[in-house]
Design a protein around this ligand. Structure first.
Ligand code: AMP
Ligand code: GLY
Length: 428
């Protein structure tokens, strides 16, 4: 089989790494990929949003299966376009991808079908939004309706901050048309968890649990990022809670999408807030999470191609996912200044030494190859991932690999996974 993976981050490196373990796969292409991916796949110079070029390439190379990493091509309808050409592709159709593409759509669906989420209201008028914020008071959460590269959510501590956020979205249009509409919602408390599942539109099979660390600094301080690290399993998701999440969120959402004529196939990712054992949905994503995918796929024992095929063919029923008992931890190494502006082009050293460690995989997120050197090429640069018998050992392993790697301005969190240890020690 020839497989094409679309995207260029740590998630796509992890997907290529896992796909490469399949006996069925003869060749992997990645568009556009990065320096790490180029060692296991052929990187082709087509961006993830160049849909016509991607189709042409897939046709020309007779690609047997395409796996879409990021949300933007999904919400632009890449799956529908590929299918029209008779090309097999993993991911939701455009009408289903609206679950991530429009927060107002997702919230309305949840309200209609009784799926637990924060109380909210949607606005297209600045004045009405302002009045609502004054009525509700702070803290309050302001969200741009459309895609905003993970930056469209503001947790406002004061009424003024909330109004300023709405003004920036609706009047200054900092997110372009994504901010034409805003969702204003109740601020939830609790602990966050990422819950991912495969679904063929009928059957829903959960993946191992994971937890992301969204803030830039230790102790969850500073601005939100795309994710500074993740670990799996997440002890906050007990067996009992997993059942609740499946019964109240995942299965009802897949049923609701079908009932609304938007049958959902692919990975469904629910960002959840867990308070006193009760889950509420913060957001849906219509794809694998980044960096959650790195530790999750390190623990998956199945041939991932079988799962992709079962999802596409509608044959997920009766399939079982097998997970390693080991825990895994991914520490993201980022460029100085991220999530704000940062330099690119710093030389990275120590990669080989880190990768030589047993149970360590260094997934590349923002890297490029130049004259034999691997250089930084993004905000999130690497995802150093360790697998070991328990979370504590996996943390130790990941950080000892991190210690071997260097580039100018390298920053990372020192507390990835600590929450999992605190939780398990408080339980026993
Ligand atoms: P989202 O893109 O909707 O996941 O939002 C990004 C982050 O903002 C989430 O991971 C949460 O940390 C936070 N967040 C979103 N919605 C809420 C809410 N209603 N209450 C509290 N925090 C929220
Ligand atoms: N790690 C959060 C996301 O993938 O959206």
């Amino acid at each position: 089989m020839k497989v094409l993976v679309i995207g260029n981050g740590g998630r796509e490196h992890a997907l290529c790494w896992k796909i490469r373990q399949s006996q069925k796969v003869r060749k992997i292409f990645c568009a556009p990929g990065n320096a790490g991916i180029s060692r296991i796949a052929e990187c082709i110079n087509i961006k993830a949003d160049s849909l016509e070029d991607l189709i042409e390439f897939a046709r020309y190379e007779s690609i047997d299966l395409t796996v879409v990493g990021p949300e933007a091509p999904l919400t632009s309808g890449i799956v529908d376009l590929f299918q029209k050409e008779g090309l097999k592709v993993f991911g939701p159709a455009q009408s289903a991808a609206e679950l991530e593409g429009s927060k107002a759509f997702a919230k309305n669906l949840m309200r209609k079908y009784g799926i637990p989420t924060a109380e909210y209201k949607t606005f297209s008028s600045f004045l009405e939004a302002e009045n609502y914020i004054r009525l509700k008071g702070a803290p309050i959460v302001v969200k741009a309706d459309g895609l905003a590269a993970g930056k469209g959510v503001i947790i406002a501590e004061t009424v003024q901050d909330a109004i300023d956020a709405v003004r920036m979205m609706m009047k200054d249009k900092i997110f372009g048309s994504a901010g034409k509409k805003v969702v204003i919602e109740e601020c939830l408390k609790g602990e966050e968890a990422s819950f991912l599942a495969f679904t063929d539109g009928e059957t829903v099979i959960p993946m191992a649990s994971a937890q992301d660390h969204k803030r830039i600094f230790d102790g969850d301080k500073g601005p939100n990022t795309g994710g500074m690290g993740a670990y799996s399993p997440a002890p906050v998701v007990t067996e009992d809670l997993e059942r609740k999440i499946m019964d109240r969120v995942m299965i009802p959402t897949v049923r609701a999408m079908k009932a609304d004529g938007r049958k959902y196939k692919g990975v469904l990712y629910a960002g959840l807030m867990i308070d006193k054992g009760e889950p509420k949905v913060l957001e849906f994503n219509v794809r694998f999470g980044d960096p959650e995918t790195q530790p999750i796929l390190m623990r998956l024992d199945n041939d991932i191609i079988d799962i992709f095929n079962a999802v596409i063919e509608g044959e997920l029923r009766g399939k079982e996912l097998r997970w390693k008992k080991d825990a895994s931890v991914c520490v993201v190494l980022a460029s100085d200044g991220y999530p704000g502006s940062y330099r690119k082009g710093e030389v990275i050293t120590g990669l080989e030494e880190a990768e030589a460690m047993d149970g360590v995989v260094v997934f590349h997120a923002g890297t490029t190859l130049e004259n034999g050197n691997i250089l930084t090429d993004g905000g999130r640069v690497l995802g150093v991932t360790g697998l070991d018998k328990d979370i504590k050992s996996a943390i130790a392993k990941a950080y000892s690999a991190v210690n071997k790697i260097h580039f100018n301005g390298m920053q990372y969190r020192r507390d990835i996974g600590l929450r999992a240890i605190e939780r398990s020690s408080s339980k026993y």
